[in-house]
Design a protein around this ligand. Structure first.
Ligand SMILES: [Zn+2]
Length: 334
């Protein structure tokens, strides 16, 4: 297992090497050349290959790595020789074996030895990490968490992911599955069924999917809403309606903020973090849910802990996972 992740000040470290970082999502494969200062030199975005062939995914990663190396070499005027290949996936990974345990959106990778396949092709050390864990590392390295060592990162996307860094060390748990903040129970009485098999998880109230579902559910009570409850409804459209004062949208973000605040209060009391960083697309609705989130934290968390913790928006956007992957890649080989 890797020890402490040395964060330091990246601007004081000369950029002496590169890592190929890839964020393999259910929809897109994003990849980049990243240097030791956290600068992205070249990036690519492709559709994720069809999800039934692990070898097809390996091929896409290998082609992307070669393209990034070629383009970076041309750009920086010296040979781009990757120190490591670092891939993050939306699922549980076995870091030691470099294999995916389970990735619901990429089922062909379940049990597949991905890092061994990449090392075979590219002749470089390869590592694998969960995407939300990597995002937490990315935010601590180059984003909102700079200068802190005990942070929790919550990613509000299609689902809700989480990453926990304690005293500068990514906390993976004994099975590599720690930090599943989206599956913390926040509704003890019944609750909505969650994809994980449980009910009332934070994910079914605070993800983009949840925002859309809650809007549909509440719409009969808001006949004057400007929102059209059709197939094209998105969390972004609901947010825009909320900004325009739509009562249905405001109620949905209020509920989302309440549930998120309950979850954060639990995290604060258990972990006593310096900072909670909130990222993902739904974090764009910050001004609509922030007040309700803070209210729950104030009511539920221990006052000393609640007063100290900073709850802030993420700063790395879609690059958090790539940057975290790169940082973990450098930590592996340095
Ligand atoms: Zn769940």
């Amino acid at each position: 297992m890797m020890g402490q992740i040395e964060m330091g000040d990246p601007t004081k470290n000369p950029a002496t090497g590169f890592v190929f970082a890839a964020d393999l999502g259910g929809t897109h494969l994003r990849s980049a050349t990243v240097d030791e200062a956290g600068q992205i030199h070249f990036r690519l975005k492709h559709d994720t290959p069809r999800a039934d062939s692990a070898l097809e995914i390996v091929r896409s990663l290998v082609l992307a790595a070669r393209e990034c190396a070629t383009q970076t070499t041309a750009q920086v005027g010296r040979t781009c020789d990757f120190k490591a290949i670092s891939v993050v996936v939306p699922g549980t990974v076995n870091v030691e074996k470099g294999s995916v345990v389970t990735a619901p959106n990429l089922p062909c990778l379940d049990g597949f030895p991905l890092t061994a396949a990449l090392t075979d092709e590219l002749r470089r050390p390869a590592i694998l990490e969960n995407d939300a864990n990597a995002a937490a590392v990315g935010e601590m390295w180059r984003g909102a968490g700079r200068g802190h060592s005990t942070i929790v990162c919550v990613t509000l996307g299609t689902g809700v992911g989480g990453g926990i860094i304690l005293d500068g060390k990514l906390w993976r748990g004994v099975d590599g599955a720690a930090g599943e903040i989206g599956h913390m129970g926040v509704d003890p009485f019944g609750g909505v069924a969650c994809g994980c098999g449980s009910r009332g998880c934070l994910e079914v109230y605070a993800s983009a999917t949840a925002i859309v579902r809650m809007t549909r559910e509440a719409s009969p009570r808001y006949p004057d809403s400007i929102l059209r409850i059709g197939g094209g409804l998105t969390a972004e459209k609901i947010y825009e309606a909320g900004v325009a004062g739509d009562e249905l949208a405001l109620e949905v973000f209020r509920r989302m903020g309440v549930y998120l605040g309950i979850g954060l209060a639990n995290l604060i009391n258990i972990i006593n973090p310096e900072m909670i960083v909130i990222g993902g697309g739904v974090a764009n609705g910050w001004d609509l849910f922030e007040k309700y989130m803070h209210q729950q934290v104030a009511e539920r968390a221990f006052p000393l802990l609640a007063a100290r913790v900073k709850i802030v928006r993420a700063e790395c956007g879609d690059d958090a996972g790539l940057l975290g992957a790169a940082k973990l890649g450098f930590a592996q080989v340095v």
